[in-house]
Write a protein that binds this ligand. Structure first.
Ligand code: WT7
Length: 647
């Protein structure tokens, strides 16, 4: 078939799963989930073997999700201790620092064990107990993994806040989860620039309702401001504690972590993941999606501040006893060859990144790839947003030299791991399609209006999932009702993903993007409501409406319609000021790309902003504005079209 990419026969032969194997295992996973997941649970070391495998219902409003509910385990023991006997001297983490002239570190499983135990004892020394929350606000350094595993070891729930987030965003998260400790560093080097993270923490805690202790990792040695009390250096605390720390016994359903993510309304919500089901799902997807074999070097370029980093830098790989690479820097520093230099240097076998990075590097030309020996790479992966065929083909041809299957993995913070993805030895790929469901996943395409399941193979609609899988989020931290409403109310009986999709005649899924008020900027999720509330908090702004628009590198850019207060004059200086305002309010990723002054916004007679029209104008698509007859003042649309800035 046209544009279908088949994996090479020798790759198929060596792979864990071929196409027949996939068909067989998939059928069992959905027809007999208890049997399938009961067997797969043997991947983990349990303190108490689970006998109750699946106890889940999507029935509104009594949604309840429990996997392995009578099982007991410790996640850190599964990611570290159980490997000591067989692979104590194997590298667990390769750390590649921001600066090319600094030496990479190779941390063995044995060293990892010592570091995690010491870190855990420090947390205990600071009074952290099972069930307490610990916020981690760190650069991409091994201590981020030690901190995660230390929490898991003592049963504390971690919540990582991406180090690119502002003090305000940090404070909101510290408050929402009532953190007992915040772990940070002095500085955070990235792309040759250093952010003073401790300063951000200090600012955040001035506004916070909580009074957490702050544990500081020394990364750069730069000057930092200590608060009058409650600040501790990690290295000083470590001198006081031993390296023996028995892992806490945890129920499979005990929360492992909270990760905040943006939705279409309100504040970011704390997505809660479990200990047993999550770990199992991260491990099995890491092994099969990337066809991971013992001895391979696996590199996921995400930040641990996102779910991708949780599942595919730390938990999945370490549960599998893998060697996982952690990179502190950015793809373009010192130049656009950094990824490939690093793949060559560490003989990377699986490389996993985001379409936005691929597009950015594609824009720099092939010269940055040529000259590096990329023959170690066997599998390429992408995640975060739909990948356009041009970027797919460049990745395939220039990076993979046509030899490496590309796994386009569709999933979400909420899903814990891949839901729709090719398996390298089993699934022929088509550029731009996430292809077929992972084991145990039952995707359905629903009619957005009638909620009817589309039975035909080739169809289009919204993407929902018909039954639970072990890696699914369990609740929203502190607000179970919000969990039920957000994901299960609109389409009763299903988990609603928020994405639209098309299914082709081969049953392949093509994700078409969000159908709610969430935009995807460089693979990062942004609620338009968050940007709007930041804009209207500025004294010059009376009203704001934010939508996404196509952006060559970022996938979607942030397009803001802004109505000014009486007496305020539009100016370029004000554009800059508003951009800076949102940037410092939320973080650099939320900086508006376009601000269009809007004397009025298109509203219905009942006062509802017609976002559909604003999206079309932002997309430069004026021909299909649809029905504008319900508008209170149709002329505002003409004004916006006539004054749309060049992008
Ligand atoms: C949203 C989830 C899961 C880790 C990264 C983002 C979009 C994700 C793909 C893909 C098309 C994708 C969806 C999804 N998305 N992967 N392979 N193809 N779209 O996690 O921040 O929770 O965002 O990212 O729109 O709903 P997230």
């Amino acid at each position: 078939m046209k544009d279908m990419h088949e994996p090479a026969p020798d790759l198929v032969r060596a792979a864990h799963i071929d196409s027949d194997g996939y068909a067989e295992m998939y059928a069992r996973s959905v027809n007999d989930p208890e049997g399938f997941w009961g067997d797969e649970a043997k991947r983990l070391d349990w303190i108490t073997q689970p006998t109750k495998i699946k106890n889940t219902t999507f029935a509104y409003p009594d949604v309840s999700i429990k996997w392995f509910e009578d099982g007991e385990l410790n996640v850190a023991a599964n990611c570290v201790d159980r490997h000591l006997e067989t692979r104590g001297d194997q590298t667990a983490i390769i750390w590649e620092p921001d600066d090319v002239s600094d030496e990479a570190q190779h941390i063995t499983y044995r060293e990892l064990h010592t570091r995690v135990c010491k870190f855990a004892n420090v947390l205990k020394e600071l009074g952290v107990k099972k069930g307490d929350r610990v916020v981690i606000y760190l650069p991409m350094i091994p201590e981020a993994a030690y901190a995660m595993l230390a929490c898991a070891r003592i049963g504390a729930i971690h919540s990582i806040v991406f180090a690119g987030f502002s003090p305000d965003a940090l404070a909101n998260r510290v408050d929402d989860c009532e953190a007992k400790v915040v772990i940070t560093s002095d500085g955070a080097p990235r792309g040759g620039r250093v952010t003073n993270l401790k300063d951000n923490v200090n600012q955040a805690l001035v506004h916070s309702a909580e009074d957490p202790a702050v544990l500081i990792v020394k990364r750069t040695g730069q000057q930092i401001a200590f608060r009058s009390n409650g600040d501790y250096w990690l290295h000083e605390m470590e001198e006081k504690v031993g390296d023996d720390c028995p892992p806490e016994t945890m129920n499979a359903e005990d929360p492992l972590f909270i990760l905040y993510t943006s939705g279409s309304t309100g504040k970011p919500k704390g997505v809660v993941h479990s200990s047993g089901g999550y770990l199992l799902y991260a491990a099995i997807t890491h092994q099969y999606t990337f066809d991971y074999h013992d001895g391979d070097v696996f590199w996921c370029t995400a930040d641990v501040g996102w779910v991708t980093g949780h599942s595919y830098i730390v938990y999945g790989p370490l549960a599998n006893g893998a060697t996982t690479l952690m990179f502190e820097g950015v793809p373009t520093y010192p130049d656009a060859g950094r990824f490939w230099a690093c793949c060559e240097k560490h003989k990377v076998n699986q490389f996993y990144t985001a379409p936005t990075a691929i597009r950015a590097l594609m824009g720099k030309g092939t010269s940055f790839v040529e000259g590096y020996d990329l023959s170690s790479i066997r599998i390429l992966g992408t995640v975060g947003e739909p990948i356009n065929p041009e970027a797919w083909n460049w990745y395939n041809d220039v990076v993979g030299k046509g030899r490496c299957p590309i796994v386009d993995t569709w999933w979400q913070t909420e899903t814990g791991g891949h839901l729709i993805t090719p398996l390298p030895g089993a699934t022929p790929t088509k550029p731009g399609s996430a292809t077929t469901p992972f084991f145990g996943v039952r995707p359905v395409v629903l009619d957005p209006q009638t909620a009817v399941v589309q039975e035909e193979t080739a169809t289009e609609g919204v993407l929902a999932i018909a039954d639970s899988w072990p890696g699914q989020m369990r609740t929203v931290w502190g607000d179970h009702e919000r969990f039920v409403k957000t994901y299960f109310e609109q389409y009763k009986g299903y988990y609603f993903s928020g994405d639209g999709c098309r299914r082709d005649e081969d049953g392949y899924y093509w994700i078409t993007g969000r159908v709610d008020d969430v935009i995807n900027v460089s693979g990062h999720r942004m609620g338009t409501a968050e940007v709007e509330s930041s804009l209207v908090a500025h004294p010059a702004v009376s009203e704001a409406a934010v939508v996404g628009y196509p952006h060559e590198v970022k996938g979607q850019g942030i397009y803001c319609y802004v109505t000014l207060m009486e007496g305020q004059e539009p100016s370029d200086a004000l554009v800059k000021e508003l951009q800076t305002h949102v940037r410092s309010d939320i973080g650099p990723i939320a900086k508006p790309d376009v601000i269009q002054w809007a004397p009025g916004l298109p509203k219905t007679r009942s006062g509802k902003i017609m976002r559909r029209i604003l999206r079309k104008i932002a997309e430069n698509d004026f021909g299909s504005l649809g029905d504008t007859s319900t508008l209170a003042e149709p002329e505002v649309v003409d004004h916006l079209i006539a004054n749309r800035p060049q992008t």
